[in-house]
Design a protein around this ligand. Structure first.
Ligand code: ATP
Length: 360
């Protein structure tokens, strides 16, 4: 039963294709919640990214962080932090800042092929559970500073951190998810070379596995995992891995499932969640109304699903179903953006999905 909660969500447009794919997702969520009988979402737009540097002096303004703490969840557009002027370019980027500030430790990245989409491996339906707070992204590992240093102009040093606590936490996320899916978990590491760090990751995941005897477990080195994904992505269910491996592997998995442009993700703690496409800001195609909004749309559906579970709200779960089914319907009818082999524009695709929410 719905508890008729009215949700407050924030939107952060970001850079590059963000101002195209985020409004597309908002339009579809609005249509889906209406179709599901959920009270209209109360949206707040907050500054972030290149524009915020000019208006607020920071890519992730303090006001934005404070406001995010008051809402039920948010949609984060991609950022093009590599193009920011210094010193902003060298600082922790907006998504890293937000993930760290709110302790969003779990980055859940599904890769699912669409019927009629141009998947490299038909039948791909896997989820990468990526640890978000440590690993080999040095900027996540420090209280102050970026975690990288250059003792001389010709020498650069970074560090990676794996802890038992963070690995235990993410492993439970992966095994809990596997229990709701096909009950298979693959641990990805590089314990033949990074013996202590990723060896600890593998061993802790295997310890946690003992608490889920119904789930079968195997493990691959990261390099072997890429090979298996390209040929046999359809054989995977849940993959659990550290921060950087998960980032790289999920781009690959998204492309194998049809396009990086369809790969959604959610970043969550037990208290908060952020919808964020797996891809970046795609500056090469920004402003041309050709970006695929599916990743952002499906990330938004994941956020609705997370809210539905948190607030025990069947109506918002139904809205998430409607978003997913309407997107699948439109793709199956041949409406797709150019990255999937179609000719639809970003806005045209979004309009088609918004209209399709009434046909589910
Ligand atoms: P980041 O490091 O911020 O994740 P990146 O270097 O991985 O960024 P992306 O911005 O994700 O790079 O772009 C990689 C390629 O995928 C580019 O050619 C881009 O045009 C394409 N791409 C990314 N997202 C989409 C999308 N939504 N629709 C179509 N093409 C996309």
């Amino acid at each position: 039963m719905s508890n008729a909660k009215q949700y407050q969500l924030a939107v952060l447009m970001g850079d590059g294709i963000g101002p195209e794919i985020v409004p597309a997702s908002v339009k579809i969520i609005d249509a889906a919640v209406k179709a599901a009988g959920v009270a209209p979402i109360q949206w707040t737009e907050l500054p972030l990214g290149r524009e915020a540097i000019d208006t607020h002096g920071k890519a992730t303004p303090d006001e934005t962080l404070a406001a995010l703490d008051t809402v039920d969840g948010w949609l984060l557009g991609p950022h093009d932090s590599a193009a920011y002027p210094e010193p902003h370019r060298s600082m922790l980027n907006p998504s890293g800042t937000i993930r760290k500030h709110f302790g969003l430790f779990a980055n859940i990245r599904p890769a699912k092929a669409f019927h009629g989409g141009n998947a490299i491996v038909e039948g791909t339906d896997l989820v990468i559970v990526r640890e978000n707070t440590e690993g080999f992204y040095a900027d996540r590992n420090t209280f102050a500073g970026t975690g990288e240093m250059m003792p001389t102009p010709d020498v650069a040093i970074m560090h990676g951190i794996i802890t038992r606590a963070a690995t235990t936490r993410i492993a439970h996320e992966a095994f809990k998810l596997a229990m709701k899916r096909d009950k298979r978990v693959t641990i990805v590491h590089k314990a033949n070379v990074l013996k202590m760090t990723t060896g600890l990751f593998r061993d802790v995941c295997r310890d946690v596995a003992k608490e889920y005897p119904e789930v079968s477990v195997n493990d691959f080195h990261i390099d072997a995992a890429t090979v298996h994904l390209v040929r046999r992505a359809d054989k995977f269910d849940v993959i659990v891995t550290e921060n950087m491996f998960g980032d790289i592997l999920s781009d690959l998995a998204g492309e194998v499932a049809g396009s990086l442009g369809i790969a959604p993700s959610i970043n969550s703690s037990d208290k908060q969640a952020m919808a964020q496409a797996s891809h970046g800001s795609a500056p090469d195609i920004a402003g041309r109304d050709i970006a695929n909004p599916i990743a952002m749309i499906l990330s938004s559906a994941m956020l609705l699903r997370w809210l539905g579970a948190k607030f025990d709200d069947d109506a918002v779960l139904k809205a998430a179903d409607i978003v997913e089914k309407a997107t699948e319907l439109v793709v199956s009818e041949g409406t797709m953006t150019p990255d999937m082999g179609g000719t639809a524009s970003t806005s045209g695709f979004a309009d088609a999905v918004a209209t399709a929410t009434t046909r589910i």
